[in-house]
Design a protein around this ligand. Structure first.
Ligand code: EPZ
Length: 417
């Protein structure tokens, strides 16, 4: 079933365990290709994008088996460098296989990973960086052919801290001949997780957690055991949903140390927060208020992946707020669906919307068109009066293991996909 039904107006109460991070798990799974051995990756979220990545690894000749929520990946017999088309075009995150396969096989043939509704998602930064390492690219019948007779370390600067481009450089650099110095690297926690995994495999990487990464290339890499950190975006989704519905929740395993900007905004909206070793307590205000301006930014700024759910909460908050999206060029698609529920959201130029809080939203039929907008519609349904049906849940299942199960554990009246 591709739809979720929600009876709104119920305060969220209780505790829920936060799943493993989609955006940390995918590059680590790609990195398992770099060792000819077996790695055990624990706390993998059981989501569509991980299932797609598992299929891609199997297509490439890896043996991949689930052991509970761990994945055992044996990359000894990686045979092909042709990455299957259907999985690649539907999933941007397979792009990080490019760097890993170039490192392991020296050549890759893949469908051009297209854009999606939130933006054109170009890959110019990936290509420019890998070209500096000796990779040549050709486009042929819609496919991207990459070749590196000899992959060499290089001094590379990213003009924008692209998460994916940073990951691809790291994945190519660990097996390249010579050292790579990457400046302008992304600071997202998922990069740190990837560095930690690679170092556990035997890679030598300095500068973890900074925008300057130095990789000593050519080291032999070994299989290892690794635990995927909890998903900061899923934790933030439930945190803001609680702020919007009222109530109080405990988000078990929430990686709050990676969420400063999220916690800062939550407090400014009136939430009471108490961090503990194993998670974070959230006490919602009677009615949230929003700051005059909210804007997304690369980490450690406010994450673009939580912009839609904050937009939904701002729709029922006191006052008005200008939300500016600085990362993707089309990440306000959810606004048209929120307006159907009575939200007052006006476009302000290409990259901003003005949200005037209303007393309450009206439940009704709405459609998810992408992952985080879909999660925002579920949050809106929790806050709205009456029943909301969200269709297009296949998008939500790409990033949330089971959003209905999680929210039911917090007392929501929700059924569906
Ligand atoms: C990663 O996407 C995440 N995906 C995204 O999460 C996240 O929103 C994004 O980083 C920003 O934090 C995964 O990790 C699988 P970027 P990525 O390269 O790597 C432009 C979610 O909902 N750009 O940092 O694709 C690009 O168009 C997803 O979980 C270029 O112009 O993000 C975008 O505007 C959505 N040229 C901006 O940079 C390039 O070569 C950020 O892209 C690469 C990117």
């Amino acid at each position: 079933m591709d739809s979720i039904r929600i009876q709104g107006g119920v305060e969220l109460q209780g505790k829920v365990r936060i799943q493993g991070s989609k955006n940390a798990c995918l590059p680590v799974l790609a990195a398992t290709l770099l060792t000819g051995e077996t790695s055990l990756i624990r706390n993998c979220p059981k989501i569509a994008d991980v299932y797609a990545m598992v299929s891609l690894l199997r297509e490439l000749g890896c043996s991949v088996t689930w052991q509970g929520n761990a994945l055992a990946v044996d990359a000894d017999s990686v045979r092909g460098e042709e990455i299957g088309s259907e999985a690649v075009t539907g999933m941007r995150s397979s792009l990080c296989l490019l760097g890993a396969l170039i490192g392991r096989c020296g050549q890759v043939v893949m469908e051009h990973p297209g854009g999606c509704v939130i933006g054109s998602r170009p890959i110019d930064l990936h290509l420019a960086a890998l070209q500096q390492m000796g990779v040549t690219f050709q486009e042929k019948e819609g496919k991207l052919l990459a070749n590196a007779d000899r992959l060499c370390g290089a001094s590379i600067h990213l003009p924008f801290p692209s998460v994916g481009a940073t990951e691809n450089v790291l994945l190519a650099a660990v097996l390249a001949q010579g050292d790579t110095c990457l400046t302008g690297a992304a600071l997202e926690p998922e990069i740190t997780a990837l560095c930690r995994y690679l170092k556990q495999c035997g890679a030598e990487i300095d500068g973890e957690g900074t925008s300057r990464l130095v990789v000593r290339g050519g080291r032999r890499l070994y299989g290892t055991e690794f635990v995927i950190p909890a998903d900061r975006i899923v934790a933030g989704t439930y945190l803001f949903a609680c702020i919007g519905t009222g109530g109080n929740v405990f988000l078990e395993q929430a990686p709050w140390e990676e969420m400063d900007a999220v916690l800062e905004l939550a407090r400014s909206m009136g939430a009471g927060l108490c961090t503990a070793e194993d998670g974070v307590y959230v006490q919602a205000p009677d009615r949230p208020s929003t700051p005059e301006r909210i804007f997304t930014a690369p980490h450690p700024g406010f994450p673009t992946d939580l912009q839609s759910v904050v937009l939904a909460v701002a729709a029922v908050s006191q006052g008005e707020t200008l939300i500016r999206e600085t990362i993707f060029e089309n990440r306000f698609r959810v606004a048209e669906e929120l307006r159907k529920m009575g939200a007052c959201v006006e476009e302000r130029g290409a990259d901003s919307v003005l949200v005037r809080g209303v007393e309450e939203l009206r439940g009704g039929p709405v459609e998810a068109k992408e992952l985080r907008g879909g999660a925002a519609l579920v949050a809106a349904g929790l806050m709205a009066r009456g029943e909301t049906t969200v269709t297009g849940c296949r998008y939500i299942n790409r990033g949330y293991e089971n959003i209905c199960r999680d929210l039911r554990e917090l007392g929501a009246r929700i059924t569906g996909a």
